[in-house]
Design a protein around this ligand. Structure first.
Ligand code: SIN
Length: 282
């Protein structure tokens, strides 16, 4: 376990996740503090901050400490706001919640995001937690035979399941073949990626985006994909974060997945997010 001299880091669970104390994001951070936050992010995969009642500009400034921000596609941008600001606003009458299944962000793009910084603005009194899962552990705990089998596989990721779910206003059974018809963006990625900073291998498929293996049919791919989805989110690979207003989660999309729990019907939950540009998975 690394030592930190400018911040306090308290692990949250055995698999991943730590809370970081001693940081005020209303002010620009000194380089030595940014370096330690970056180290904690690589060590714990997702880090959390409390009591950060910051503006959107301060959120963006924090995100930029770790790389260039990734703009949203035009249809998701909010008029009057900067193009990298994602607003996740679940209204009391909404049935669906953004990010309702395990995923890492934007893997339907050739260059998915490095990480996302999510700020809690309005939090329901009970519910609305976010779960995270360590994809290094998911890879490391596979058998040697399975690791070998996965080592040459690539998989197609798309936004089809998200778009189809929104259109039907209902969550679909996992592995629904029809999602392919709804896709407007897709990309092929290795099923196991090597993290560009830690050099560790991580499983890189997720239920919301991954459709099938390259050069295989949808039906041929499902049995192994469904196994990998179950395996990669085993409870012992996860942590769970209880939000408060002013809480921040900063996760690494290259080695962890997350899921927003939809367990607060009739309540509003408002979150603001920026995402940092990543690199092409290899
Ligand atoms: C997401 O980025 O998938 C949303 C997470 C959340 O709202 O908890």
């Amino acid at each position: 376990m690394a030592t930190y001299s400018h911040i306090e880091v308290r692990p949250l669970a055995g698999a991943l996740g730590a809370e970081v104390f001693g940081v005020d994001l209303r002010r620009a951070l000194p380089q030595e503090v940014i370096a330690e936050i970056r180290r904690a992010h690589l060590e714990y995969l997702v880090i959390f901050f409390r009591d950060q009642h910051i503006s959107d500009d301060e959120l963006a400034r924090f995100g930029r400490c770790f790389g260039e921000l990734a703009p949203l596609p035009p249809h998701r941008q909010v008029p009057g706001k900067f193009p990298e600001l994602l607003i996740i606003d679940k209204q009391p009458s909404d049935k669906l919640v953004f990010g309702w299944e395990w995923h890492s962000d934007t893997t339907h793009l050739e260059v998915p995001s490095l990480g996302s910084v999510l700020l809690g603005k309005i939090i329901p009194p009970v519910g609305g937690d976010t779960l995270f899962a360590n994809q290094y552990l998911a890879y490391d705990t596979l058998s040697e035979g399975m690791k070998r089998a996965l080592s040459t596989l690539r998989a197609r990721h798309s936004n089809g399941r998200i778009l189809m779910t929104l259109e039907r206003d209902a969550v679909l059974p996992s592995g629904e073949a029809e999602t392919q018809k709804y896709a407007t963006a897709w990309a092929m990625h290795p099923v196991v990626r090597t993290h560009p900073e830690t050099d560790r291998k991580a499983l890189f498929v997720n239920e919301i985006h991954t459709e099938r293996f390259d050069e295989m049919t949808y039906e041929e791919s499902q049995p192994l994909l469904q196994f990998l989805y179950r395996h990669s989110t085993r409870p012992e690979f996860t942590c769970r974060f209880r939000w408060q207003e002013g809480s921040i989660a900063f996760w690494d999309n290259r080695c962890c997945q997350h899921l927003a729990l939809n367990d607060y019907p009739g309540q509003r939950r408002l979150m603001h997010r920026v995402q940092i540009k990543g690199t092409r998975p290899v």
